[in-house]
Design a protein around this ligand. Structure first.
Ligand code: NAD
Ligand code: TYD
Length: 346
C-alpha cells in the first residue's frame, strides 16, 4: 500500500541539522503543506536554522519534549496533523559515551510516546533511523534492510531500540509507519560536534583537526539534500511498514574526508593530529540503497562533492557557527579534546 501526499506535518527535531534541511526542502516542494516543528531546543536545536522561514504562515514552532505525551497529543490535535516525521533525538556518539542516559530518554522513550500518540489518533509516523543500528560491518558487505541490528555505542543502541519499537507497533497494532536509515550526513547547519563541521570550523580557525586513531574508519558522507529527497520519496511512494536505507552506497576513510575538507578550504595538511581513539569506534558503515532506488530515487551528490561543498558552507556562514563555538560548546570541546590534543601525534 502506498499513501497520498500528507498535508499537515509534525516535524519533531525540526530545528536540528537534518530536520531543518527537511523542513526547508519540504515547504519549497509542497507549497500547500503546513509544517509544525515540535522541538525541545536542546543545544543542537537552533531556531536560526530556519531563520528565513519563520515568517511563513505555513510554518510554526511548538517548543516541547517528545517524551511529553500531553504536549505531543495537543500539538497533533490542534494542527490536524496527518503525518509525524520523527527527527528528534540525541545524536552524537561521543556525547553518548560521556552521558548516555538522556539518549534512552529521548531516543527510546520519546519515540515510544510518539508511537502511542500515533496509535491513539490514527496518524502515520515516519521514523528517522541510522546506518549505525547495523553496527560496524566487514569490508565485503553492504547492509541491507533485513540485516540483523547489532549496535555498538549507546547512541546506536538507543536508535536500534527505537527502530525496533516502530516495527513492533506496525506488527502488533497495524499502525502505518515507515522507517528510513540514513548514512552520515553532511551539509549546512550541522552542529560543530560532528566530524565534518568540526574539522571545517577548526581548519578555518587554524586549530588542529583531531582525527581519532589511525583515521582509516570508513563512512558514507551523504549530502543532507539527498537524505531529504530520500525521505520524501518514501513518504510519497514507500510501502507502509517498510524500512529503506538512504545513502550513496560509496564510502571513504576519515583521512580522505579530512583531505577534502582541507583542500576545499585551502588549508595546510599539517593541521591534522592523530588523537586517542573513541572507545568502541565503529570501523565501517556501508549500506546497499537499491530498495530506495527501486522507488525512482537517486542521490544527486557524490560524497566527495558533498564534503567539499559542506566545508565551503562553513567558510561562507561564520555568522551561524561562531556564536556556537564561543559559547556552551567550548565546555564540551575541552572535555572531549583538551587531553587528547595534548597527547596528539602527527
Ligand atoms: P541534531 O542533533 O542536529 O538535532 C536533533 C534535534 O532534536 C534538535 O533540534 C533537538 O533540539 C531536538 N531534540 C532533541 N531531544 C528532543 C526531545 N526530547 N524532544 C524534542 N526535540 C528534541 O540531529 P540530526 O543530525 O539532525 O539528526 C536527526 C535525526 O537523524 C536523528 O534521529 C538522528 O539519529 C538521525 N540521523 C542522523 C545522521 C547524521 O549524520 N547526522 C545520520 C543518520 C540518521
Ligand atoms: P561523527 O561525525 O561523529 O559521526 P559517526 O561517529 O556517527 O559516524 O564522526 C564521523 C567519523 O569521524 C567517525 O569515524 C569518528 C571520526 N571523528 C574523528 O576522527 N574525530 C572527531 O573529532 C570526530 C567528532 C569524529
Amino acid at each position: 500500500m502506498t499513501t497520498s501526499t500528507p498535508k499537515n506535518l509534525l516535524v519533531t527535531g525540526g530545528c536540528g541539522f537534518i530536520g531543518s534541511n527537511f523542513v526547508r526542502y519540504w515547504l519549497a516542494q509542497h507549497t500547500d503543506s503546513n509544517v509544525v516543528v515540535f522541538d525541545k531546543l536542546t543545544y543542537a536545536g537552533r531556531k536560526e536554522n530556519l531563520h528565513d522561514l519563520w515568517e511563513s504562515p505555513l510554518l510554526s514552532l511548538v517548543v516541547g519534549d517528545i517524551g511529553d505525551m500531553d504536549a505531543v497529543r495537543a500539538a497533533c490535535q490542534n494542527n490536524n496533523i496527518d503525518l509525524i516525521v520523527n527527527f528528534a533525538a540525541e545524536t552524537h556518539v561521543d556525547q553518548s559515551i560521556l552521558g548516555p542516559l538522556v539518549f534512552t530518554d529521548t531516543n527510546v522513550r520519546g519515540t515510544h510516546v510518539l508511537l502511542e500518540v500515533a496509535r491513539e489518533l490514527g496518524i502515520r509516523l515516519h521514523h528517522i533511523s541510522t546506518d549505525e543500528v547495523y553496527g560496524h560491518i566487514k569490508d565485503d558487505h553492504q547492509s541491507v534492510e533485513t540485516d540483523e541490528l547489532a549496535p555498538r555505542s549507546p547512541y546506536a543502541a538507543s536508535k536500534a531500540a527505537a527502530d525496533q519499537l516502530v516495527q513492533a507497533y506496525a506488527i502488533t497494532y497495524g499502525i502505518p509507519v515507515t522507517i528510513t536509515r540514513g548514512a552520515n550526513n553532511v551539509g549546512p547547519y550541522q552542529y560543530p560536534e560532528k566530524a565534518v563541521p568540526l574539522f571545517s570550523t577548526n581548519a578555518i580557525l587554524g586549530e588542529p583537526l583531531p582525527v581519532y586513531g589511525d583515521g582509516m574508519q570508513m563512512r558514507d558522507y551523504a549530502h543532507v539534500y539527498d537524505h531529504c529527497t530520500g525521505i520524501e520519496t518514501v513518504l510519497l511512494k514507500g510501502e507502509i511498514g517498510q524500512v529503506y536505507n538512504v545513502g550513496t552506497g560509496r564510502e571513504m576513510t576519515n583521512l580522505e574526508m579530512v583531505d577534502i575538507v582541507l583542500d576545499a578550504l585551502g588549508k595546510d595538511h599539517s593541521l591534522v593530529k592523530h588523537v586517542t581513539d573513541r572507545p568502541g569506534h565503529d570501523r565501517r558503515y556501508s549500506m546497499n540503497v537499491d530498495k530506495l532506488k527501486a522507488l525512482g530515487w537517486e542521490p544527486k551528490y557524490d560524497p566527495k562533492q558533498a564534503v567539499a561543498e559542506a566545508a565551503r558552507w562553513y567558510a561562507e556562514n561564520r555568522w551561524w557557527w561562531e556564536p556556537i563555538r564561543s559559547g556552551e560548546f567550548r565546555e564540551y570541546y575541552n572535555k572531549q579534546y583538551a587531553e587528547r590534543l595534548a597527547g596528539a601525534t602527527k
